[in-house]
Design a protein around this ligand. Structure first.
Ligand SMILES: NC(=O)c1ccc[n+]([C@@H]2O[C@H](COP(=O)([O-])OP(=O)(O)OC[C@H]3O[C@@H](n4cnc5c(N)ncnc54)[C@H](OP(=O)(O)O)[C@@H]3O)[C@@H](O)[C@H]2O)c1
Length: 312
C-alpha cells in the first residue's frame, strides 16, 4: 500500500511517499481503508519535534528518542472497514467509520489496523452520514477537543462564553457547540476570519490583530483558549482579566485528550442534526503531504486541512 514515512525528525521534507506492506488485522482489530486523513497541529509537533530542553526528554521517550518510533505518523482518519478480526463485534466490512488513532499513529496510509475498543491507541465510530470523509477528519479532531474542553465549563444557556482562536479546527466547532448550548458567544480571531466565525453563530467577534482590550463592561463565565499556549497576543492576556467572578478559564493545552468512541458518536449526532458543520480550509492529495505540512505549520489554517487518500 501507499504510505507517507517520517523516518527522522525535521522539516516537512522528511516526509516521503513510499510503498509498504499492507497491515493484516489481528483477531481484535479492524482494518480500515482510509479515504481521508488530516494534517493536524499534533502532526506538525511530532514531525518537527522542536521542543526546548528538558521538556523534550519525556516527549521523545514517548514518541521515539532519535526518530519517530512509528514511521507512519498521522492521527485522524475517515474511511471504510475493509476487513475484521474474528473477535470484532461493533463493525462489519463496508461500515463507514471515522476516529483518532492515538499512539498507533499510522493514518498517512491507505490502510490502518486498530482495536475496536477505546484505548490510548485509538477510538473508532460510525462516521456522520451527511459529510464527506475530509470533513469527517475535522469533525473528529476538532470535535473531540472542543467537547472535552467545553465540558470543563458546564456551559448554561445565557452565559457569556469567549472562544480565543475561534477560527481554528477546535475553535470553529467550539463556537457552534457553545451557541447550541444557548451561550452568548464571542470569538477571537484575525480580520480575515471575522465573517467566518459570525457565519458559524458567534454573536461578537474581537480581532486580536487590532484590539488589545475586551470591552470594560463584559465579564465572561467561560473562556476557552482553543489554540494553545504557543499562540498568544496582548488581547489574550487581557481576556483572562475579563473573567466573571467564579468564571472558568481553560487552555486546550492543559491535560491530555481522552480518546472516546462515545464522544465520536455524540459528534456524529451533532453533525447529522446540523448543529455542527466542520470547516475545511484545504484538501491535498497524499502525494502533496509536504505542502500540506508547510501550510499548517504557518499556524493560520481555518478549521481543518484534510488529505485525500483515496483519489476518486
Ligand atoms: N490537550 C491535548 O491533548 C491536545 C491535543 C491536540 C492539540 N492540542 C492543542 O490544540 C491546539 C489547537 O489545534 P487546532 O488544530 O484546533 O488549531 P488550529 O486549527 O491550528 O488553529 C489555527 C487558527 O489559529 C489562529 N491563530 C493563530 N495565531 C493566533 C493568535 N495569536 N491568536 C488567536 N488566534 C490565532 C489562526 O487564525 P488567524 O489566521 O486569524 O490568526 C487559525 O485560524 C493545538 O495547537 C494544541 O496546542 C491539545
Amino acid at each position: 500500500m501507499k504510505a507517507v514515512l517520517c523516518e527522522k525528525y525535521g522539516q516537512p521534507e522528511v516526509l516521503k511517499l513510499a510503498e509498504v506492506e499492507k497491515p493484516i488485522p489481528k483477531d481484535n482489530e479492524v482494518c480500515i481503508k482510509i479515504h481521508a486523513t488530516a494534517v493536524t497541529n499534533s502532526d506538525i509537533f511530532i514531525r518537527g519535534s522542536k521542543l526546548p530542553f528538558p521538556i523534550i526528554i519525556p516527549f521523545r521517550l514517548m514518541i521515539g528518542v532519535l526518530k519517530p518510533r512509528k514511521s507512519i505518523i498521522g492521527l485522524v482518519f475517515s474511511g471504510e472497514i475493509e476487513s475484521i478480526g474474528k473477535n470484532i463485534k461493533r463493525f462489519k466490512p463496508g461500515d463507514m467509520v471515522y476516529g483518532l488513532s492515538g499512539f498507533t499513529f499510522g493514518t498517512y496510509a491507505e490502510y490502518l489496523c486498530l482495536k475496536e475498543t477505546d484505548t490510548k491507541t485509538g477510538a473508532i465510530s460510525l462516521k456522520p452520514g451527511n459529510i464527506s470523509h475530509e470533513e469527517a477528519t475535522a469533525a473528529a479532531y476538532g470535535g473531540m477537543l472542543a467537547f472535552q474542553y467545553l465540558e470543563k465549563g458546564t456551559i448554561q444557556s445565557g452565559q457569556k462564553v469567549l472562544i480565543y482562536g475561534a477560527s481554528g479546527n477546535t475553535g470553529t466547532i467550539a463556537v457552534q457547540i457553545a451557541k447550541h448550548l444557548g451561550a452568548e458567544v464571542t470569538g477571537v480571531c484575525s480580520t480575515a476570519n471575522i465573517e467566518l466565525i459570525k457565519s458559524l453563530g458567534a454573536d461578537y467577534a474581537i480581532d486580536y490583530t487590532k484590539q488589545v482590550n475586551v470591552p470594560d463592561d463584559v465579564h465572561y463565565d467561560f473562556i476557552l483558549d482553543a489554540v494553545g499556549k504557543a499562540k498568544t497576543s496582548k488581547l489574550k492576556e487581557n481576556c483572562k482579566k475579563a473573567l466573571a467572578h467564579n468564571g472558568i478559564y481553560v487552555s486546550i493545552d492543559n491535560g491530555d485528550l481522552r480518546l472516546s468512541s462515545k464522544q465520536l458518536d455524540n459528534i456524529k449526532d451533532y453533525v447529522e442534526a446540523n448543529r455542527i458543520k466542520p470547516v475545511i480550509d484545504k484538501i491535498y492529495p497524499l502525494s502533496e503531504i509536504v505542502e500540506a505540512h508547510r501550510y499548517v505549520e504557518k499556524g493560520h489554517k481555518k478549521g481543518g486541512v484534510a488529505i485525500k487518500v483515496v483519489l476518486t
